[in-house]
Ligand binder design. Structure first.
Ligand SMILES: [Zn+2]
Length: 210
């Protein structure tokens, strides 16, 4: 594992020399801004992260930059503000990480805990992917290109998670639509998997990782 070159306080967006690293004891990502979501519980005994699930989310749908995803994950969405908020406001969901349009990274759930991001899901022959996965939300919608800064941060996230959890690898990254087909479409056709794979490979080979 490479030496820690720099920590950030949630300013990874735009800061090229910021390196992310998982603290194995706490399950926290150093370099990410921390906001605790109550929408999580313990993983089943013996389970650890072995799959990364990429999602897309925006609130209201198609609008970027507001505080609403964070409010949603902390059960404090103002229900009277938008019809869609009233529709989803009682749901109890979260993800481990959120990558904003500018690449900014926020952690809501410890990697040692089970975030409620995937719902009914199947990966190969295993159901209930929340048990053994890490959920990464990208702020976006299925049909609008994701930002270069989001691919950069996602690649750094995947590299750091692969360093931390031996069962993870660059090819154990799937979309929500892959594990919940027919029910979920995110991150959608706008998500460029080839670009993501290239960015992840480059991040994995970064010289400081040693
Ligand atoms: Zn999703």
């Amino acid at each position: 594992m490479g030496a820690i070159v720099a920590y950030a306080n949630g300013v990874i967006g735009g800061a090229k020399d910021v390196h992310l690293q998982v603290d194995l004891d706490s399950g926290l990502m150093r370099g990410a801004r921390q906001v605790a979501s109550p929408n999580c519980d313990a993983r089943p005994p013996g389970m650890e992260a072995e799959l990364i699930v990429v999602h897309g989310i925006s609130l209201p749908p198609g609008e970027f930059g507001g505080p609403w995803i964070e409010r949603f994950f902390t059960n404090s969405l103002p229900l009277d503000m938008h019809a869609y908020f009233a529709e989803i406001g009682e749901l109890r969901v979260s993800a481990h990480l959120l990558v904003a349009r500018d690449g900014g990274l926020t952690q809501f759930v410890r990697f040692t805990d089970r975030a409620w991001h995937a719902g009914r899901s199947l990966y190969r022959d295993r159901v209930a992917c929340n048990d053994f996965s890490i959920g990464v939300e990208l702020e976006g919608v299925d049909t609008i290109a994701y930002e270069p800064a989001q691919y950069d941060t996602l690649a750094k996230v995947v590299a750091a998670l692969c360093d931390a959890y031996p069962r993870l690898s660059a090819d154990r990254v799937v979309g929500h639509s892959d594990i919940s087909p027919g029910r979920k479409t995110d991150p959608g056709p706008a998500f460029d998997w080839q670009r993501a794979r290239r960015s992840i490979a480059a991040a994995r080979e970064a010289p400081w990782r040693g």
